[in-house]
Ligand binder design. Structure first.
Ligand SMILES: NC(=O)C1=CN([C@@H]2O[C@H](COP(=O)(O)OP(=O)(O)OC[C@H]3O[C@@H](n4cnc5c(N)ncnc54)[C@H](O)[C@@H]3O)[C@@H](O)[C@H]2O)C=CC1
Ligand SMILES: O=C(O)[C@@H]1CCC=N1
Length: 276
């Protein structure tokens, strides 16, 4: 059983999902602590997972080997400054999941260069099917990188990047990505209803089709493009639909959307980085 002592600062949606994943993965609940200012959230987390819950961030990190920063990016400066005062001489490994908060900003607010891993997960960590980008700063040892990977892997698939800036692209692709696929599912469901299907049938078939396509793409040796061609009989129905997508400029639209999200990630970094 894994007994690494991890403190989660902020017990919101993402922290809860990561905690659920760790416990499902066999992590000892008593080794996990969460701190959150909201009473009912603390009670719910303690009752659901059997973990420790604290109102005080400094108390939460007292024994921690790893500190996971899971608050909103806007709370980062104040939370890090508060933690800086309580960090022990040998500091824990810091893992931040906050979108657009750079390693330089984190070290600045935390008051010194520290081993720090930035992770960009997505909401499917809720069902241990997340896609998680990772970057480590220069102070992080290979052992600490392995530790970070082990923790995040409980939430899904992990992928390291060499350049921190790539995390903005990952935020735009897979961090926000579940919303894109869900939007497509919603649109497909609506189109099915327009074609006369019942709402239940349209929803279920839309979701199952997304799941089937994703599993097929993950499990097959063939590329998504090759698998798509297999569905597309010459002169058939799929071809007509794909032509309609091409006429509507789907690829350009996806590219514009991802670029817009990436730009926003950069804006958030610049805004928060200006907070000295
Ligand atoms: N929602 C998503 O799809 C993704 C979110 N993220 C990042 O994860 C982080 C958390 O997001 P969510 O869980 O969705 O937000 P959330 O709002 O559900 O959770 C934030 C939690 O922090 C608590 N909190 C507020 N001030 C605090 C303080 N001073 N000390 C301790 N806790 C405090 C709040 O009570 C709340 O429970 C964000 O930084 C976000 O950028 C990253 C990837 C994907
Ligand atoms: O929308 C957001 O800003 C966060 C980051 C990635 C997903 N949700």
């Amino acid at each position: 059983m894994n007994r690494t002592r991890i403190a989660f600062i902020g017990g919101g949606n993402m922290a809860q999902s990561l905690i659920a994943g760790l416990i499902a993965d066999g992590h000892e609940a008593a080794a996990l602590t969460v701190s959150d200012p909201l009473d009912d959230k603390r009670q719910q987390l303690a009752a659901t997972y059997g973990i420790k819950a604290a109102a005080d961030n400094a108390a939460a990190i007292a024994e921690a080997q790893v500190v996971m920063l899971c608050v909103k990016p806007q709370s980062a400066p104040a939370v890090c400054r508060e933690l800086a005062a309580s960090l022990p001489h040998t500091p824990p490994l810091i893992i931040s999941i906050m979108a657009g908060v750079t390693e330089a900003s984190l070290c600045h607010w935390l008051g010194r260069p520290l081993a720090l891993v930035r992770a960009m997960p997505n909401t499917p960590v809720m069902v241990q099917s997340g896609a998680i980008g990772l970057h480590a700063n220069a102070e992080t040892t290979p052992t600490q990188q392995n530790l970070a990977e082990e923790i995040l892997r409980a939430g899904g698939l992990t992928r390291w990047v060499e350049r921190e800036a790539d995390l903005d692209a990952i935020t735009a692709l897979s961090g926000s990505g579940p919303a894109y696929f869900l939007l497509f599912m919603e649109a497909l469901e609506k189109a099915g209803i327009e074609q006369g299907l019942s709402a239940d049938t349209a929803r279920l078939l839309s979701i199952q089709t997304a799941l089937g396509a994703a599993r097929m793409a993950m499990e097959s040796d063939e590329s998504p493009a090759q698998l798509r061609q297999r569905v597309t009989s010459p002169g058939g129905t799929t071809e007509r639909a794909l032509n309609a997508f091409a006429d509507g400029g789907l690829e350009t639209l996806v590219s514009r959307a991802v670029n817009a999200a990436r730009q926003r990630a950069g804006e958030l970094s610049a805004l928060l980085g200006a907070e000295k």
